[in-house]
Design a protein around this ligand. Structure first.
Ligand SMILES: [Ca+2]
Length: 215
């Protein structure tokens, strides 16, 4: 299990294995400018009108190849805010949705973030598919999801028995309450000293639309 940071934000989750929960309850996201703790040293933030390309399909990488993106570079609506990541092209390994997926480690652990418009006070649910690069020697892949720089969910994935053709994706979920007109969602690898990190795909952000949405 990855260690919990002392300022770990609480979360609400019904799908996540209890052992992976970072807390309990619903937290209010911190102001966007509180993101320094994530190692965020990117250039100007670009806000998109709504969360987009959670499937990491843009830009298209050559089939059976991957492309590394370093700090400050963008991939569609995402930007790399620390370290470096590998965008995995179609056919290189199984994607959870569409053709492409994202290895949160290139040569070093990386962080990707996207800033999108939100309604203060509204509850949002984030779901994503998680696996790990099956080629690395160490099978345990760890990382965290952050909202406005606050750690909302530590995650881990064991690639033992997984292959490029059978990545074994699992679904993770957490809920946050927006505190500002824009919110930054980030995924960070905490898998150190490895070029083989956790793999994420099919990130979705839903706004609660009725009493049944987020319960
Ligand atoms: Ca995808």
């Amino acid at each position: 299990m990855p260690s919990m940071r002392t300022h770990t934000a609480a979360l609400v989750s019904t799908l996540v294995t209890a052992g992976l929960l970072a807390g309990a309850g619903t937290a209010v996201a911190a102001p966007a400018h509180g993101a320094e703790g994530t190692g965020n040293r990117s250039t100007a933030t670009v806000t998109v009108s709504r969360f987009d390309d959670g499937s990491f399909e843009y830009p298209a990488v050559a089939a059976d190849k991957f492309q590394s993106f370093g700090t400050g570079q963008t991939m569609g609506p995402w930007r790399v805010t620390s370290g470096a990541v590998d965008l995995i092209g179609a056919g290189f390994w199984q994607a959870a949705e569409g053709d492409q997926s994202l290895d949160l480690n290139a040569a070093t652990p990386g962080t990707v973030a996207q800033t999108f418009t939100t309604t203060p006070g509204r509850t949002y649910t984030v779901t994503y598919s998680l696996a790990g690069n099956p080629d690395g020697a160490s099978p345990l892949k760890t990382g965290r999801a952050l909202v406005d720089g606050q750690n909302f969910q530590d995650f881990s994935f064991d690639t033992t028995g997984k292959t490029r053709a059978d990545m074994g994706y699992v679904t993770r979920q957490f809920t946050f309450v927006a505190n500002n007109p824009t919110t930054t969602l980030a995924f960070a690898s905490t898998t150190a000293n490895s070029a083989h990190g956790p793999v994420v795909d099919d990130v979705r952000v839903h706004s609660c639309c009725s009493d049944s949405c987020c319960r």
